[in-house]
Write a protein that binds this ligand. Structure first.
Ligand SMILES: [Zn+2]
Length: 117
C-alpha cells in the first residue's frame, strides 16, 4: 500500500516565544504545563520542557563507555499547546496590541493584562 504523502504544512504565525509557559490541550500530555524551550517556526512546532518525552537509545561510546537510554523532549505542534497567562495563570486566548512605544504585546483576553514588556 502506498503511503499517503503528508500534506505540506503552511507556516503559521507562531505567537509563542522561548520561555513562555504553555499548557498542552490534547494528547496523552493533556493538561500538563511547561516552559517553551525552542520554537521551530518552519515546522510549526515547539519544544516544551518535560513534555512529550521520548527515549533515545544511544550506543555506548568506546571511549567513555557511556550509553543506554536517554530521555529527551520531542517537539510538538503549536496547535496542541496554549499559552498560559502568567498573571491569571489560565490557559487563555490572547490578542495582539501595540504598546505606547509601538512594540507589539500580547494581551490576555481574560484578565486584560499585557504579557510582554
Ligand atoms: Zn490573564
Amino acid at each position: 500500500m502506498a503511503r499517503a504523502r503528508k500534506p505540506k504544512q503552511e507556516p503559521v504565525r507562531i505567537r509563542l516565544k522561548k520561555n513562555d509557559l504553555v499548557e498542552v490541550t490534547t494528547g496523552k500530555e493533556q493538561g500538563k504545563t511547561g516552559k517553551v524551550l525552542k520554537v521551530y517556526r518552519e515546522k510549526n512546532q515547539v519544544l516544551v520542557e518535560k513534555i512529550n518525552m521520548i527515549k533515545r537509545h544511544t550506543r555506548p561510546s568506546p571511549t567513555t563507555g557511556q550509553g543506554g537510554i536517554v530521555e529527551k523532549e520531542a517537539p510538538l505542534y503549536v496547535s496542541k499547546v496554549k499559552l498560559v497567562c502568567p498573571k491569571c495563570a489560565t490557559a487563555t486566548r490572547f490578542s495582539l496590541t501595540r504598546t505606547g512605544e509601538g512594540k507589539k504585546a500580547r494581551v490576555c483576553l481574560k484578565c486584560k493584562e499585557m504579557i510582554d514588556g
